[in-house]
Design a protein around this ligand. Structure first.
Ligand SMILES: [Zn+2]
Length: 80
């Protein structure tokens, strides 16, 4: 007794919401180690956050005044 089962694969397509939040992420080169880092432009708080997963580099700057709000690096970048 063979039961034929139709397997239906439902592909859930992710709809890209074209909401204009003003926030976006771009891939940049880390100024510390040169690896790929993430730069987030957060419109809400008007900050640009650069984060590198390779060397724990973190830089948060204000997009309006270009002032450094927060900076962190585990490497020797700040010691030089
Ligand atoms: Zn890095």
């Amino acid at each position: 007794m063979a039961t034929k089962k139709l397997s239906k694969i439902t592909l859930t397509q992710l709809t890209l919401q074209d909401r204009v939040t003003g926030s976006h992420t771009e891939t940049v080169h880390c100024p510390n180690c040169g690896q790929h880092a993430e730069r987030q432009h957060i419109q809400e708080s008007r900050v640009i956050r650069t984060q590198c997963p390779s060397c724990d580099y973190l830089m948060v700057t204000c997009s309006l005044t270009a002032r450094v709000i927060e900076a962190y690096s585990s490497g020797s970048w700040f010691d030089r």
